[in-house]
Structures are given as structure tokens and as C-alpha cells.
Design a protein around this ligand. Structure first.
Ligand code: 0X9
Ligand code: ZN
Length: 406
């Protein structure tokens, strides 16, 4: 009898916790400074910062946390329905009008085609496999022959789509791969770079999340991967799951939170794949991880208010400022936006000494489309970021060289 009751209770509590609502909510909160923003970032992901306000689209759990902890600061909150055109259905395709964005299958095809067309410049490889068994597709681009393995060739890594809904962050590195191989023969600057560098590009680190976000041709504002959590919710925030400073602020232990750090550092196959790859490639000196949105160039630290200090601080500042002249983005230390621990760049720099930047691509604000700005922004976002990408490629040889540039 006792065990029957227990079973009954367990099954009731399981089915209650298994019901997780998909409703999303728009919230506007007052947050007067970076310290206040960092308090809020312990619970939710802040989508946008403007003056003394922060704005976000959050799930039901995260809205409840805000109501519990920041009631007085909430200016506005309401149900948010993501306007996404298109038809119902289960296809893995982008909604109507956004077909120019690439699905996982299309990213694979583009990279395969590039590798086939430019066998002397490329090597197709996988960074690893996602939780749901999808390939994390990648390509190596270089004109340095792999028959000369003893030659030290500086390397650079470009990553896209740690966050599911940030689809533009896949397009930019994908276009970069195409641009580099297509211009090698005609552009002497690119020839020189590829003759002396190894470029690694993985445009979709989180294929499960990204494809879940578009499934049924309807955007879901999904951020995390699709990890099956213990109490019926899904997803770990991959940009809170790296080990350096993991769990020390600006991330949540609550599985339902959009900034859930995961049960342990590198608990996710996607972040572990990035780690394993970088561990195996000591020649990588620079990393650029693309995200959206807000038009920012961010550099460490992200998990604490201190700067990295010394000469490296100067390198980060100089590089960020130089690149900002070309793309018009705002250069700043990541924690000035809000503190978040366990992100890619704190680990890449803190554990591997890699000069790592996070670009928050277009648009600038929520009112210009936020995570879903439409396909019209793809080309222009890529175009303003060509020069920054080539600049980083150039300085992968010796990042400190920027200090003696005017
Ligand atoms: O919060 C993030 O993971 C990044 N922003 S996003 O809107 N793409 O989710 C920013 C990470 C920058 N790092 C820190 N602020 N620590
Ligand atoms: Zn992101």
C-alpha cells in the first residue's frame, strides 16, 4: 500500500513537472548600472541593454523568477508572440521569407560542396556530434600543405550558433568560408593569409537547438541546446557551460532557466567538442565566436569585473577598437554588459591563452528584429565583418604585433 502510494505520488509529481509551457514573455526592467544588470543576469538572459533599461523575451520560469526577485524593477511584461510567417508543418525549414538562412542539412551541403570544389584549399571535418546525434560541421581552410606537419602554422577559429535562435551567427562564418576560398586566387591579401595560416570554421555549434528553433517553420526564441534535463525541461546554455569560472555568476543552477549552466562544466557534447578540438590544436591563437544581437565587440573577462590586465589587455582593447572602426560595433569588456560566467571566451583566454572575441552581430536593437531581423541583413552583416575577420587572421601570427601598429 505504502509503495503504491509512493508510486502514485511520484507519477503525479513527475507529470506535473513534465508539463513545461512554451509561452514566451516580453519584459522590460529598470537596471541602473552593470552591477544591477549582473544581478538580473543570474536568472535570465538579458537580450538588450539601453541606458538604464534591460529588455528580454523570457520563458515562464524566468518570468516567475523576475517577479519574485525584481518585482519593483519590472516596468512592463506581457505575453510575447513571435511574428513568424509561414505555414504549419513539421519540416525543418526556415519560415517563409527567411529561406536564405541555412538549415543544418544545408550548412553540411555548402561545406561539402566547397570542399569538393576547392580540394587544395580545404578539408571538411566534424567538430563532433551533438546530443541528438547531428554532426557539428566544420571546415579547415589553408593553402599550407598538410604534408609539412612540422611547420608551425598559426591558426584561427571562427564559431557560430552557440545559441539556437541566433541564426545570423551561422550565416556570417559560412559566408566567410566561401569568401576565403573563392578569392584565394584573385586577391593577393587573401592568398598571402591562406599561404601562412590555418583557418577553422564551425558555423553551427548547436545544431539541435538551432533546428528545434525553426521546426514547424515557426520561430520559438529557443536559446539553449536540447539536453534532456532531470525534471522535464530541456536545454543547457552552452555559453555558460565552459569550465573557466563556471557557475561563479551570471548563470543559473535552475534547469528551466534560459541561462542554465548545466550539471557540470563541459557536461554538453557541443561544448566538449569545442574544447577537445582546441586542446588538439595548440596553434590556434585567436578565436572569434559569433552571436547576435546588439552590434558589440566583447572581450574577457566576462565572468568578473576585472580586466585581463597587462599587455594582453592592451591587445584586446587595440584589436576591438580597430575592428569597431570597420563594422561600427561598440567595443567593450564583456562584463561591462553584464557578468556571465562559463562563456567561450573566458575559457579560451583563461585556460588556453587564446585572444578570444564575441561579436554580437546585427541588428542593433529589438525593434529592428532582435534575434529575427530577416534575411535582408545577411549580406550587409557579412560585408561589414570581412575586414575584422581578415585582420584577426593576419594577427593570428603574432597578436602582440598590433601594439606597434599606429
Ligand atoms: O549572454 C551571452 O551568452 C552573450 N549574449 S547573447 O545575447 N548572444 O546570448 C554574451 C556573452 C558575453 N559574455 C559576458 N557578458 N560574460
Ligand atoms: Zn548568443
Amino acid at each position: 500500500m505504502k509503495s503504491l502510494l509512493l508510486t502514485l505520488l511520484l507519477s503525479i509529481s513527475f507529470s506535473v513537472s513534465a508539463v513545461v509551457s512554451n509561452t514566451t514573455y516580453f519584459v522590460h526592467l529598470k537596471a541602473k548600472d552593470a552591477k544591477t544588470r549582473s544581478e538580473i543576469a543570474k536568472y535570465i538572459h538579458i537580450d538588450q541593454v539601453i541606458d538604464d533599461s534591460v529588455y528580454s523575451v523570457v520563458n515562464e520560469n524566468d518570468l516567475k523568477e523576475l517577479q519574485k526577485n525584481f518585482k519593483k524593477q519590472i516596468v512592463e511584461s506581457h505575453v510575447y508572440i513571435q511574428a513568424s510567417p509561414g505555414t504549419l508543418g513539421d519540416e525543418i525549414e526556415f519560415p517563409r521569407g527567411d529561406e536564405k538562412f541555412h538549415t543544418h542539412a544545408e550548412v553540411v551541403t555548402v561545406l561539402n560542396d566547397l570542399a569538393k570544389k576547392y580540394p587544395n584549399l580545404t578539408e571538411r571535418f566534424s567538430l563532433g556530434t551533438s546530443l541528438e546525434g547531428q554532426e557539428i560541421p566544420a571546415i579547415k581552410i589553408t593553402a599550407v600543405s598538410s604534408n609539412r606537419p612540422n611547420l608551425f602554422t598559426p591558426g584561427i577559429l571562427f564559431l557560430g550558433a552557440h545559441h539556437a535562435r541566433e541564426h545570423l551567427s551561422t550565416e556570417v562564418p559560412l559566408l566567410l568560408a566561401k569568401y576565403l576560398v573563392e578569392n584565394y586566387h584573385s586577391n593577393s591579401e587573401i592568398k598571402k593569409l591562406l599561404d601562412s595560416r590555418e583557418v577553422y570554421i564551425a558555423p553551427m555549434v548547436n545544431p539541435d537547438g538551432a533546428m528545434y528553433d525553426i521546426k514547424g517553420k515557426k520561430y520559438k526564441s529557443w536559446r539553449k541546446n536540447r539536453a534532456v534535463n532531470t525534471r522535464g525541461s530541456f536545454g543547457v546554455d552552452l555559453n555558460r557551460n565552459y569550465s573557466f569560472g563556471w557557475g561563479t555568476g551570471g548563470s543559473s543552477r535552475n534547469e528551466r532557466s534560459d541561462v542554465y549552466m548545466g550539471p557540470k562544466p563541459f557536461s554538453e557534447p557541443e561544448t566538449l567538442a569545442v574544447k577537445a578540438f582546441i586542446d588538439a590544436k595548440p596553434n590556434i591563437r585567436i578565436l572569434l565566436t559569433f552571436h547576435t544581437f546588439s552590434e558589440l565587440i566583447l572581450y574577457p573577462w566576462g565572468g568578473k569585473n576585472d580586466g585581463v590586465g597587462g599587455r594582453d589587455q592592451k591587445v584586446f582593447e587595440k584589436m576591438a577598437k580597430t575592428m569597431a572602426k570597420w563594422n561600427g560595433y561598440k567595443p567593450e569588456q564583456a562584463s561591462d554588459l553584464y557578468i556571465a560566467s562559463g562563456d567561450t571566451c573566458d575559457w579560451a583566454y583563461g585556460a588556453k591563452n587564446i585572444f578570444c572575441f564575441t561579436f554580437e552581430l546585427s541588428p542593433k536593437s529589438m525593434w529592428r528584429g532582435g534575434f529575427y531581423p530577416g534575411a535582408k541583413v545577411i549580406d550587409r552583416t557579412f560585408n561589414v565583418n570581412i575586414k575584422p575577420a581578415l585582420y584577426l587572421l593576419k594577427h593570428a601570427g603574432n597578436p602582440y604585433g598590433v601594439l606597434s601598429e599606429l
